[in-house]
Design a protein around this ligand. Sequence first.
Ligand code: PRX
Length: 635
Amino acid sequence: MSNYHIKNLEEYFQVYRESVNHPESFWEEIAEENFVWRKKWNNVLECDFSKPEFKWFEGAKLNITENCIDRHLFARGDKTAILFEPNDPSEAAQHITYKDLSKRVNAFANVLKSKGIVKGDRVCIYLPMIPALAIATLACARIGAIHSVVFAGFSSTALSTRINDSACKMIITSDGSYRGAKTIDLKGIVDEALETCPGVQSVLVVKRINSSIQMKEGRDEYLEDLLLNVSNECPAETMDAEDPLFILYTSGSTGMPKGMVHSTAGYMVYTAYTFKNAFQYKEDDVYWCTADIGWITGHSYIVYGPLANGATTVMFEGIPSYPDFGRFWQIVEKHKINQFYTAPTAIRALAKENLDFVDKYDLSSLKVLGSVGEPINEEAWHWYNNNVGKRKRPIIDSWWQTETGGIMICPIPYVTPTLPSYATLPMPGIQPALMDENGNELKGNQVEGKLCIKFPWPSIARTIWGNHQRYKETYFSSYENKYFTGDGALRDDVGYYRITGRVDDVIIVSGHNLGTAPIEDAINEHPAVAESAIVGFPHDVKGSALYGYVTLKEVGEHRNHENLSKEINQIITEHIGPIAKLDKVQFTNGLPKTRSGKIMRRILRKIACNEMDQLGDTSTLLNPACVKEIIDGAL
Ligand code: PRX
């Protein structure tokens, strides 16, 4: 792959200008020089914001696995592609070379075919962070099946909702997973989910914890058994540039989770280009992103971006606190990690522990530190900088979203001077715009508004699976000819961006996007609950945590509140997963509402954040008296 690194700030500005003035030739050159194509495109970009429709490299034919695996076999066949570090440090790490990866992906692809999976079919993957997870995604891509990875911390209800929404024919899971000292019965969760998924014909089970599980005759099979009967060569399916590569669900402010659909060529080009530049990856570096492949960060920057660059990418099965709080740093020392990419919530949790956990390890291999998923507060930034980077390593605070596919605003390490809590400058090709309350773009510096992107980039999600209208309404109807991110941001006096947080009803808890509506729907299923409203409030580890206001029906009025809170959290765990549990539950006699009956979350948010002096005028509410009662009962 030719070297497309940006090397200094002057070059960044030059490249950036070029990417804005001539986006098509800019991306065409990158696509042309750095990837293998079975056929070149007819058109670099077709863009229509009114539909909305974006097509990149239309007419091109390719297979992303040839770019991520096959083309590296000659020069990098014996290089480690995936370095697997197990949950338990006493278990040996696995070095999966590009040659091994090729065989394992091809064999897995043949198993999928033998089970009747063909191009365009949807396959759900519900696996822990073991090599089979990355291999399963690539095996789908090999034969043109669309993967839908569901984070293995989601509940059976959340899983079945996602399986049914995209009509998956198959699910790939494991006999269980390790999480620190615990094991989790993933297969049991799948069995429960499948009670309401009539479309799933087969279940492939990967052995991980060797537990004895129920296998349903005619439906469930062990992957290991099926692998015995297949060859490890499987021709790559020829895909169109715009064929969907995967679906990944993300929460919206209302309703069902949104199945964001990513395309093949544009996604590949953008994730590979940004991986190389955002991490300044060099040939022999060992790169580690601690995210789970169940999230977009894992898709783009554990699997596709790194492998398209022939990189060594680490997959970690465990958690930062097991067997102790030094686990991350022990792994950095053990594998001489060069680029380390994690979430602010992990940094904040580790910063609470004794510094010995960091200091006893040699972290001198580190060259770049990354942060993703939520704003990194200054305190966490300084802890990361002082104790991990030893004040010598740049921290790249990378802003992006499931919908954007790749990193959008981010310093380029050793090129862009960093500033705590600033994502700094846009990546080449990305044109941010800040909008005021009246829908006008705020020009110049020192402005704050709603963050939009005013020109398409190659990895923009193309639609919401099965609901293009919702895609249009959510992202393209607030501002004409612009993609609306749902975030607020400011641009400072030198043009640096700082993301100020969500401006909709999505709350980011420990880096996970949670919509308020599905949580409220779950709570309202409790027989004692009349109504509920969820807001976020600051939390020193999670960034934000959930505060629930709950009003009870008569049947619940005499119930013990502590028990009710537990039951409510149990329902949330069953419907969504433990990540959506409430930290605080306040029982109230009413919720503040407008005269049209809409719950005034703004007021509830202020109370949860202990900002009672900023409630504003509450006299126009339908039921102003309830505000005082809520303040008096605030937790
Ligand atoms: O609010 C922003 C926040 O996370 C949202 C996207 O979440 P998700 O689709 O789950 O993707 C997370 C991983 C890319 C954004 O709308 N966010 C993400 N990164 C940052 C951030 N907020 C501030 N700073 C960031 N670096």
